[in-house]
Write a protein that binds this ligand. Structure first.
Ligand SMILES: NC(=O)c1ccc[n+]([C@@H]2O[C@H](COP(=O)([O-])OP(=O)(O)OC[C@H]3O[C@@H](n4cnc5c(N)ncnc54)[C@H](OP(=O)(O)O)[C@@H]3O)[C@@H](O)[C@H]2O)c1
Length: 304
């Protein structure tokens, strides 16, 4: 595992983040083993959200991370989604969510706090007031967003005194539209459609770390593409490349994300420690340009 700098935060983080959205599927002992396996393999940055299983994922994590472990662990969590109802970036909601996450996580600080999904009624000055208060009180060290396009980030950033360090977006081999639109610029095809306001280049230009959520899913949580009969060509090409490096396709899926020069930080979703170790092995592999494009094309993309 190697580290990268998280945006303009001056915070060094492992290049793979451990997602905790599904950990409530495990027993407390299972979570304990999972967290410790991650730590033994250099993965000490954990991604949460207040809404993961209604707060249960944060609570379980808070039960296994003892105070003596806390300083060797980094915790990122998110707020702003009121499930099935609305998005809420109001001052009151942000502050209340942070306080509740702190309680569930049994900690007195959050390393990185993200706004989870854009609120159409956002008032940037209100967000700024909440972020200032959380920063001044030491309850949050760094801030970011998730699922936001370039102008949404810029709108918020204009009112903030601290840098937005992260934009967490869905990204992986089967969800690469932010790359497709760059490759197909000015073409009359679906891949040319720019769905995110050029967010990949925007984040690179402004030194904002893109974190890749659901890195091995296709569609919107439709399933995993690895060893899936729906994607024979992709699995054939990934299998060949995996054999070349003496690893499996899990490792290659993460190596493909890490190969991009934007220094994207993939967020794992597995609850299986063997898969977690496969993903971490990707940090020792640098795909060639040809291999990277072979996988891109095998996933169904055509080059102009
Ligand atoms: N910001 C956002 O809006 C947002 C949205 C969603 C998620 N996230 C974050 O991103 C993290 C990752 O998302 P994700 O969980 O969707 O990631 P993912 O890694 O794409 O998917 C994980 C799921 O795929 C399964 N899986 C892995 N390999 C498989 C295989 N070969 N065959 C069948 N199933 C396989 C895993 O099962 P096993 O557990 O058995 O391996 C797990 O259920 C989350 O934990 C969360 O932190 C953020």
């Amino acid at each position: 595992m190697y580290n990268i700098e998280l945006g303009r935060s001056n915070i060094s983080v492992p290049t793979i983040a451990v997602g905790c959205m599904r950990i409530s599927n495990m027993s407390k002992e299972g979570v304990d083993y999972f967290v410790n396996t991650a730590l033994e393999n250099g993965a000490y940055f954990f991604d949460h959200a207040d809404i993961y299983d209604g707060g249960r994922c944060e609570s379980l994590f808070g039960e296994v991370v003892t105070p003596s472990m806390r300083d060797n662990i980094m915790i990122q969590t998110k707020c702003g989604i009121v499930p099935g109802k609305m998005f809420d970036f109001s001052y009151e909601h942000i502050i209340r969510s942070a306080e509740e996450s702190l309680k569930r996580l049994k900690t007195d600080y959050i390393d990185v706090f993200l706004l989870h999904r854009p609120d159409a009624l956002v008032e940037p000055e209100e967000v700024a007031r909440a972020f200032d208060e959380l920063k001044m009180s030491g309850k949050v060290k760094a801030f970011g967003v998730s699922n936001q396009n370039s102008y949404q980030i810029q709108l918020l950033q204009n009112s903030l005194d601290m840098p937005l360090c992260v934009n967490q977006l869905q990204f992986g081999i089967m969800h690469s539209s932010m790359i497709q639109s760059g490759i197909n610029v000015n073409m009359h095809n679906d891949s040319a459609v720019n769905r995110d306001g050029g967010v990949l280049d925007y984040c690179r230009l402004n030194n904002i770390t893109i974190q890749a959520w659901s890195p091995i899913q296709y569609g919107f949580f439709e399933g995993c593409f690895i060893d899936n009969d729906k994607f024979p060509e992709l699995n054939r090409v990934m299998g060949e490349i995996a054999d070349r490096y003496g690893v499996n396709k899990n490792t290659i899926a993460f190596a493909w994300i890490l190969r991009h020069p934007a220094k994207i930080q993939p967020v794992t979703g597995t609850t299986n420690t063997e898969r977690l170790k496969d993903y971490i092995k990707a940090t020792d592999i640098k795909l060639t340009r040809e291999e990277w494009y072979d996988i891109y094309r095998a996933s169904g993309n055509i080059l102009p």
